[in-house]
Write a protein that binds this ligand. Structure first.
Ligand code: NAP
Length: 320
């Protein structure tokens, strides 16, 4: 588990702007579970962070000064940027945001990377059919709460698993999820899932892995689809964890288990954003965020992901 003392905040001065560059002031910085994997030099799909260099990730920023004719001071932009209050970047590194459609911060959540993860993972890999049972772990988090809503839009019966009664009340009362399970409160999770899914599990959207996923997979139907999106329960493990060997169940039920990285779908991102925005405008999709204020809160907010401190997308708002 990372500790606040693993992080260090330092002061630098901004370089002068060259032709084509922008001076940006961060407004929202995203903290995401995949960043934990970047704190290791193990082989991965994304580059490791470098010790002594700023972390980087999804950031929404305001243009303060521009030497690019396409951008004006006051424009809001989205980019994969450094965890810095201010930075000078080449304009090609960012995309201008139009905040007339939705709150700006949603472009780091429901209408951004986590929303696209939910959209492509559930629909392309999960292939849910109306009336099927979709189980979602990490159901109240940034990806999970969008998966729950899309599964409802598609006419599925949705069962959400989260780590608190408060999160489950939100899933049930606000998102109209059919059944909820608090994995921390259940002594026998396998039995709880069986009770919540009397017709078995057709699609399992896995955000967490570990024993929660073992319990769901014991309950899968013939031809079930398991969407391997995340394994957050294992991200702080030092050794490769062992658990039940689930292959016999997959074999006997002719089930599919497929991992994916959202960037696999990059050529289709505009399709995803368009559909998510349309559902949002039609009132079928609702946003939710936990926003912590203050640049200095970044380390503890990031660590909060592993303690379940967020409902919806977890962000840091840079004030001042
Ligand atoms: N494949 C991809 O391209 C892709 C893209 C984005 C995200 N992801 C993955 O999707 C998952 C969700 O990401 P997110 O951004 O939406 O994060 P998130 O769900 O908003 O935040 C993480 C949540 O995970 C839960 N959690 C933490 N430790 C846990 C544990 N030991 N066991 C079970 N649950 C635990 C906590 O909720 P509770 O209170 O419910 O425990 C916490 O709030 C992550 O595994 C992430 O790596 C994958």
């Amino acid at each position: 588990m990372p500790a606040v003392t693993d992080f260090h905040i330092s002061e630098t001065t901004n370089a002068p702007l060259n032709e084509g560059e922008l001076l940006l002031k961060a407004r929202y910085i995203s903290v995401d579970p995949y960043m934990r994997g970047r704190m290791s030099d193990a082989k991965s799909y994304v580059q490791a962070f470098e010790v002594g260099q700023p972390l980087n990730g999804g950031v929404i920023a305001e243009v303060i000064e521009s030497r690019n004719p396409e951008f004006m001071p006051g424009d809001n932009v989205l980019g994969h940027l450094q965890w810095q209050e201010q930075q000078v970047v080449s304009a090609e590194k960012v995309k201008k945001l139009d905040n007339n459609e939705a709150p700006l911060s949603y472009y780091l959540g429901m209408l951004g990377m986590p929303g696209l993860t939910a959209y492509f993972g559930l629909l392309d890999i999960g292939q849910p059919a109306p009336g099927e049972t979709v189980v979602v772990s990490g159901a109240a988090g940034a990806v999970g709460f969008v998966v729950c809503q899309i599964a409802r839009i598609k006419g599925c019966r949705v069962v959400g698993i989260s780590g608190s009664d408060e999160k489950n009340a939100y899933l049930r009362d606000m998102l109209k999820v059919d059944e909820v399970i608090n994995y921390k409160a259940e002594k026998n999770l396998k039995a709880a899932i069986s009770r919540a899914c009397p017709n078995g599990v057709d699609v399992y959207f896995d955000n967490v892995g570990g024993s929660v996923s073992d319990a769901v997979i014991y309950n899968i139907n013939n031809k079930a689809r398991i969407v391997l999106c995340g394994q957050i329960s294992l991200y702080n493990s030092i050794d490769l964890p062992t658990g039940p060997r689930l292959q016999p169940i997959l074999l006997k039920r002719s089930a599919l288990m497929q991992g994916f990285i959202v960037s696999n779908f990059a050529p289709r991102f505009s399709e995803g954003v368009k559909q998510l925005t349309q559902w949002y405008n039609e009132g079928k999709l609702t946003g939710n965020e936990t926003i912590v204020k203050g640049f200095d809160k970044l380390p503890e907010t990031f660590i909060g992901l592993f303690k379940g401190q967020n409902l919806g997308k977890l962000l840091v708002e840079i004030t001042g």
